[in-house]
Design a protein around this ligand. Structure first.
Ligand SMILES: [Zn+2]
Length: 545
C-alpha cells in the first residue's frame, strides 16, 4: 500500500488568493508532489477563513491532523510553506516538536523542511523528560495517597469481600451476608465438607455477591481463607515491597477463625495422604522396617483379595540405583494386613485397658488438678481481661493521635515535633495490637488443648468399647498413643513387631507410697514404652475346586 502524503492547505488573507498560492494552487502543487514521491495525496483543507489569532482553536483541520500525528498515523506532510502551519512562534514550535517526536517528514514547496536543529532536539529531550517525570510524579502521588488512605482504614477500592459493604469508603459488615459467613465458618469447623456447605447455601437460596444462586466450591474455599472476617487484611505495596496491615470490623470470632484454620490445615494434610491412598491402612503410617528404617507401604491385590504391608526399599531402590542412597533391604517378606492389624489392635487395647497411667490421664483431666477445666477457664478470663485493658489503651492512643492532628492544624507545635510524636505513638499502637493478637492466639491455644483433654476424657469413658471402634477411630487412637511400630522379619513367615508407645503404658502399676501406711496414697510405677508382638503369616489356604 502506498504511503499517504497529507497535504495541508490554507490561506490566511484574501491577498493570497491572488499571489499564486491560492487554495487550488496549493492543492495542485501538493498533488504533484505526491505523484513525484509515489504517494497517495490526502487533502486537509482549512479554507480561507482569516483569523487574527493564529492558534489551534480556529484551525479544526490542523488540530485533527495533529491528533492523527499523535496517533502515529501520519508519516508525511506537505505544506506550501511553514507559514501555512503557523506564524505564531509558540504554536509553530509546538507543531515542530510534535512532528519531530513522531518522526514525521515535513515537505514544503521548496523541499524537505529540516525539523531538527540542535535547539529543537534539546527542547524535545527536555520536554519528554519533563513529561515522563510528570507522569511518574502523578503516579507516585496517587500511589502514596492510596496507601495513606488504606492506612487510615479506607477500603482500597474494588468490590468488598463477601460479608461486607462499603460505607463512607470503609468496610462495614453487611448483615445480610455476615450470617452466611458465620454459617460457612461454623459448618466447616464442625467438619462439614465444602460440598455440603454449598448444597446448603443453594437450598437456602443464598445468592453470591454477583447475584448468582450457584456457589462455586472455589469461592467457598477462598472465603474460608479470608482474613478480613477475623478483623484484618494485608495490602502489599509492590513498589516499596512492604505490607500494610489494615484493621476492619471482624465478622467472626477469633476462636472460630483459629478453629477453622486448624481444621483446614488438618484436612489438607489428610487430603494429601488420601490422594495417595486408595485403601485405608490402619498401621501403614506406624510401621517402620527394622532392617533399613524405611516406612512401610501398603498394597491391595483386589483380584486375589489379599492386602499386605511391606518394606518398599526394594521397589524404590531402582530410583536410587547406583547412587549412595541405594540401600539393600533384606526384608522382602510381606505382612498380611488383616492378621497384623488384629494382632496390633488387640495388643494396644490390652495394654491401655490395663494401664494405670492411661486411666489416670483422663481422671486427672476431670478432677480439679493442674491443667483442668477450672484452671483453663480462669487462665482464659485472665487473658481476656488483659486483652480488654490493651484494647482500652489502643483506644486512648487513638484519641491522643487525633489530638495531635488537631495540634498540627492549629500549629501549636512545630510540624517536625508533631511528626516525631505521631510516629512514636503509632509504633506503640502497632505493638499494642500485636500484643493483643498474641493474647488472642494464646486463648485459642488453650481452647485447643481443652479439646484434646475432652477427647481423652471422652475416650476414657469408652475404654470398655475399644474392640468395637470403627477403623478411623482406631487410627485416631493409635495416633494419640503410639509412636511407631518396628517390623523385624524373623523367619520365612514370622515377624516380630515392636510397638513403641508415646508414654510407658505397658505393664505399669500402682504401688503404695508407704507400704505400711496405705492412707498416704499411691504412686505409679512406670511400665515399659514398648511391647513385642509376634506375627505369623499363615500359609494361604488352598481353595477346594
Ligand atoms: Zn526394609
Amino acid at each position: 500500500m502506498s504511503e499517504i502524503l497529507h497535504i495541508y492547505i490554507r490561506v490566511s488573507t484574501s491577498a493570497q488568493e491572488d499571489d499564486g498560492t491560492s487554495l487550488d494552487t496549493q492543492r495542485q502543487l501538493g498533488e504533484q508532489k505526491a505523484v513525484a514521491l509515489g504517494m497517495v495525496p490526502k487533502i486537509w483543507n482549512e479554507g480561507g477563513e482569516s483569523s487574527r489569532h493564529d492558534d489551534f482553536a480556529n484551525r479544526p483541520q490542523l488540530s485533527q491532523l495533529l491528533a492523527e500525528v499523535d496517533a502515529e498515523r501520519v508519516r508525511q506532510i506537505w505544506v506550501f510553506n511553514t507559514d501555512r502551519l503557523s506564524r505564531n512562534d509558540t504554536t509553530w514550535g509546538l507543531i515542530r516538536l510534535k512532528l519531530l517526536k513522531h518522526d514525521v517528514t515535513l515537505h514544503t514547496h521548496t523541499g524537505i523542511f529540516q525539523l531538527s536543529n540542535p535547539t529543537d532536539k534539546l527542547m524535545l529531550g527536555i520536554l519528554s523528560e519533563i513529561s515522563s517525570y510528570d507522569n511518574a510524579l502523578r503516579a507516585e502521588r496517587s500511589r502514596l495517597g492510596k496507601m495513606n488512605r488504606i492506612r487510615e482504614g479506607y477500603w482500597m477500592g474494588g468490590p468488598p469481600p463477601y460479608g461486607y459493604k462499603i460505607e463512607g469508603k470503609r468496610l462495614i459488615p453487611n448483615p445480610d451476608e455476615t450470617k452466611w459467613v458465620n454459617f460457612i465458618f461454623k459448618q466447616y469447623s464442625k467438619g462439614a465438607t465444602v460440598q455440603s456447605i454449598r448444597r446448603h447455601l443453594m437450598e437456602q437460596g443464598v445468592k453470591t455477591r454477583r447475584g448468582k444462586s450457584v456457589w462455586s466450591l472455589g469461592s467457598i474455599e477462598a472465603l474460608l481463607t479470608n482474613t478480613h472476617y477475623a478483623g484484618h487484611f494485608v495490602v502489599r505495596d509492590k513498589k516499596t515491597d512492604t505490607s500494610i496491615r489494615c484493621e476492619c470490623p471482624s465478622i467472626i470470632s477469633a476462636l472460630l477463625a483459629e478453629e477453622t484454620a486448624r481444621v483446614r490445615a488438618h484436612r489438607s494434610k489428610r487430603r494429601v495422604k488420601e490422594s495417595n491412598q486408595k485403601h485405608f491402612y490402619l498401621l501403614r503410617d506406624f510401621l517402620v522396617c527394622d532392617h533399613c528404617h524405611s516406612r512401610f507401604s501398603g498394597r491391595t491385590y483386589q483380584k486375589q483379595n489379599r492386602s499386605v504391608y511391606y518394606c518398599p526399599r526394594k521397589e524404590r531402590n531402582y530410583v536410587n540405583a547406583g547412587t549412595e542412597k541405594e540401600l539393600k533391604c533384606t526384608n522382602s517378606r510381606y505382612l498380611k494386613i488383616a492378621e497384623t492389624d488384629a494382632m496390633v489392635w488387640d495388643t494396644v487395647v490390652k495394654v491401655l485397658s490395663e494401664s494405670v497411667h492411661f486411666k489416670e490421664e483422663f481422671k486427672k483431666n476431670t478432677l480439679g488438678e493442674k491443667g483442668s477445666h477450672v484452671d483453663r477457664a480462669s487462665e482464659i478470663s485472665k487473658l481476656q481481661r488483659q486483652m480488654k485493658r490493651t484494647e482500652d489503651e489502643i483506644r486512648d492512643v487513638g484519641e491522643s493521635l487525633a489530638k495531635l492532628e488537631t495540634d498540627r492544624l492549629i500549629r501549636r507545635r512545630t510540624p517536625d515535633e508533631i511528626e516525631r510524636i505521631i510516629m512514636e505513638i503509632e509504633q506503640h499502637r502497632v505493638s499494642l495490637k500485636a500484643k493483643n493478637e498474641e493474647t488472642a492466639a494464646r486463648i485459642a491455644a488453650i481452647h485447643s488443648r481443652q479439646k484434646w483433654t475432652d477427647w481423652v476424657t471422652e475416650f476414657g469413658s469408652r475404654i470398655t468399647e475399644m474392640s468395637e471402634f470403627a477403623p478411623k477411630e482406631r487410627h485416631d487412637l493409635l495416633n494419640h498413643v503410639v509412636e511407631e511400630i518396628r517390623v523385624k522379619t524373623t523367619s520365612v513367615r514370622g515377624h516380630r513387631l515392636t510397638i513403641k508407645f508415646k508414654v510407658p503404658y505397658s505393664g505399669d502399676s500402682l504401688r503404695p507410697v508407704d507400704p505400711k501406711n496405705r492412707s498416704k496414697g499411691y504412686e505409679i510405677l512406670p511400665g515399659k514404652d514398648t511391647i513385642e508382638v509376634p506375627v505369623i503369616n499363615h500359609a494361604k489356604k488352598k481353595r477346594k475346586s
